[in-house]
Design a protein around this ligand. Structure first.
Ligand code: SAM
Length: 253
């Protein structure tokens, strides 16, 4: 059918592409890519020859109107990012909103996503969660962002696990900030290199993870950091299980 297809691509392991994603990528008129060279590798691997066009942060608006015109004319266009779901810490949301406003059908083609993959294997509650994209790069802004999270947790009705994306060169500083803002006992999980050969989960308190990362000669790879939540009315399951209380955290912080 004509319309805009938001296609998830692998976050490392090429086997995570779906059969439907392959069929859609083969059959659309054009694939709008965050980075055409990156997508060329994926398409090459699967022998897909659909023409590509670049669609990224810097040409998002200009390109969106061009693509909307093609869609209005009855075209079928796929949007992909470098990895995972378009629109999740990646371009995609703008064109989706514009297509919807123009009365064009928008089809999600689900697949890999780093935040949800990390969450389900984190060991932290997954019934309620909140995703925040990348933590701010600058220390002052990162601290304020973490402080807002802390107050969101203090007012939450339900314990909510908080998910953020981090980079290898900032993760140690970010964890040090987590210790400073939430206290050393905060339960956290770091998911590294998901779906890849060196996939790794570090689960423990913020201070344990900080010590572990500091003991390593280097920290590399892609990573997701998850913070256990707490609710205004009490502690999360995880914290209750480890005997950690909201009060103790307030004192520690
Ligand atoms: N659209 C992607 C998604 O659906 O997850 C996210 C794109 S965002 C620009 C890239 C960030 O996602 C990385 O810096 C890292 O925090 C996270 N990420 C992507 N792939 C990952 C992986 N294989 N393992 C762990 N984190 C990953």
């Amino acid at each position: 059918a004509p319309g805009l297809y938001l296609v998830a691509t692998p976050i490392g392991n090429l086997e995570d592409i779906t059969l439907r994603a392959l069929r859609v990528l083969r059959s659309v008129d054009r694939i709008a890519c965050e980075d055409t060279r990156q997508t060329a590798k994926l398409l090459g691997h699967f022998g897909i020859r659909t023409p590509t066009v670049s669609y990224h942060l810097h040409n998002e608006n200009a390109r969106a109107s061009e693509l909307i015109e093609a869609l209005r004319a009855g075209g079928r266009i796929a949007v992909v990012s470098d990895a995972g779901m378009p629109g999740i810490a990646d371009p995609g949301a703008t064109i989706a909103a514009e297509a919807i406003a123009a009365g064009i059908d928008v089809f999600p083609i689900p697949g890999a996503n780093a935040a949800l993959s990390a969450l389900i294997a984190s060991g932290l509650p997954s019934e309620h969660f909140s995703f925040h994209g990348f933590l701010p790069a600058k220390e002052g802004q990162r601290r304020s962002a973490l402080e807002s999270l802390r107050s969101a947790m203090a007012h939450a009705e339900e314990a909510t696990t908080h998910i953020v994306y981090e980079t290898p060169h900032r993760i140690v500083d970010a964890l040090a900030d987590v210790v400073a803002v939430f206290g050393p006992e905060k339960r956290v999980t770091l998911a590294r290199e998901l779906t890849k050969l060196h996939e790794e989960f570090l689960r423990g308190t913020a201070s344990e993870l900080l010590a572990e990362l500091r003991s390593r000669p280097s920290v590399r790879g892609e990573m997701v950091l998850l913070l256990a939540g707490e609710s205004a009315g009490g502690t999360s399951e995880t914290e209750a299980a480890t005997g950690q209380s909201t009060l103790a955290e307030e004192v520690a912080a």
